[in-house]
Design a protein around this ligand. Sequence first.
Ligand code: KIV
Ligand code: NA
Length: 264
Amino acid sequence: MKRLTVPRIRQRKGGEPIVMLTAYTVRMAQLLDPHCDMLLVGDSLAQVIYGLPHTVGVTMDMMALHGAAVVRGSYHAAVIVDMPFGSYEGSPQQAFDNAARLLKETGAAAVKVEGGKVLAPTIEFLTQRGIPVMGHVGLTPQAVNILGGYGVRGKSEEEARSIVEDAVAVAQAGAFSIVIEGVLESIAIEITEKVACPTIGIGASAQCDGQVLVTDDMLGMFERVPKFVKRFGDMASVVNGAVKDYADEVRSRSFPTDDQIYAG
Ligand code: KIV
Ligand code: NA
């Protein structure tokens, strides 16, 4: 199976919904790859992998190493790597240098940046120089220190308008698709109708051109998840059960058995 390319993703606007999940490690990438159009090496690895309080602490090295692992574990999906906080906001040149490093060191197809109008010149700069960019508007977790939390965005008329303008600016700057996170559904629908590139919703609307979730959230690895997460699995109890059985068998010396030892 040939790997999906950015132009083919772009062509999916208004067509069959795009399936996207996050991946950070090689084995999970292998398991997700057959079912997904895109794998996002999200900076959500801050919380999921590293136990950090938010994504602000993520480094370029983290994204490069996990991005490379996910590319090695996938054959079909387009792999997108999040640019970490502080690696792209300073200037288009800074963004280009760091995005180029991520593509070189991982083999990923594109990068994702959070932001709207302010980021448009940067998105244009990268796109014109061979780096496809996915946008991310609405609830942008890297701005947690400004926003003060992760509440739904766009409740006031003014904020709603500003989010739509952000998405339009990002699309016009050349983004090949845009994540819309944590906004009132009407905003997600309006953006999806207005922009020429596919929109990928998370806490947005089923009418977006695709959906993304944090894999560990949808697998049921965590006790607390945002409202927009549906748990498609209950991995925490699967792990709990297996590890409890292992511990019991070690303590009772019923593991290992003859099957697992080298007799002689
Ligand atoms: O980091 C991440 O996982 C993301 C998605 C939730 C869109 O940015
Ligand atoms: Na992210």
